[in-house]
Write a protein that binds this ligand. Structure first.
Ligand SMILES: [Zn+2]
Length: 226
């Protein structure tokens, strides 16, 4: 991807993935630790340290060994631009090419790094300047503004509450297929019947049908009052 704010050098795909991950892990927190990053990126602490040093040299992250890491303004901008590509591509694949919502994430993980600014602009226009991706996550604007997204999961809802699905985690295709099969999509209405103690399950109703979800599943569904 070309980043106009950086003359050279090119930001690699691996670097963009680091910036995105740091963005995700620092939302609402101050700093993310090297060990947390290593765990999330599935690589060794040594290679994380190595990459953080490179990103720090490019002034994309604020990094002090043993102190954790945050994004600089430029790093944040690149993370949001990559996320914008990702979510626009997902929506394009779903709406125009007929992909199901469980298949778009993996394609977008690849394509987000390679599309040009013109391609991004054309997708945006073709889709009518959308604000949400197929999983309900907000698409950052061209100038890097992003709407706050709900962080209340279905697991946190109480018995007797009515909620609406805002967003579903897009990480696991099998989870998405299952949730889709029982009618859980953005905007779907859910009545919470009750939640069993400790690790659940949670009993819910969608339409007239009752379902039970494990804590693990319910934590991947983010809801708003509805
Ligand atoms: Zn995705």
């Amino acid at each position: 991807m070309q980043h106009p704010e950086l003359a050279a050098p090119m930001i690699s795909r691996a670097m963009e993935n680091y910036l995105k991950t740091i963005y995700r892990l620092t939302t609402g927190n101050d700093k993310v630790s090297t060990s947390r990053l290593a765990q999330q990126l599935n690589c060794s602490a040594a290679s994380v340290t190595n990459m953080l040093q490179k990103l720090s040299d490019l002034k994309l992250v604020n990094y002090e060994p043993y102190q954790g890491v945050t994004l600089t303004t430029t790093g944040n901008k690149i993370a949001l631009e990559t996320i914008r590509h990702h979510r626009l591509i997902e929506l394009y694949l779903a709406e125009v090419l007929g992909y199901s919502w469980d298949k778009v994430h993996d394609e977008a993980e690849e394509l987000e790094h390679v599309i040009s600014e013109e391609f991004e602009e054309r997708i945006d226009r073709a889709l009518g300047y959308p604000t949400l991706d197929p999983h309900g996550a907000p698409i950052p604007s061209k100038d890097g503004e992003i709407e706050n997204q709900t962080s209340n999961s279905l697991w946190d809802a109480d018995g007797g509450e009515s909620v609406k699905v805002g967003r579903v985690s897009d990480r696991n295709p099998e989870v998405l297929r299952y949730l889709g099969s029982i009618g859980i999509f953005p905007d779907a209405k859910i009545s919470v019947i009750r939640r069993a103690p400790f690790n659940g399950p949670i009993y819910i109703e969608i339409g007239d049908t009752e379902h039970t979800l494990s804590a693990e599943l319910a934590r991947q569904i983010f809801v708003v009052p509805g």
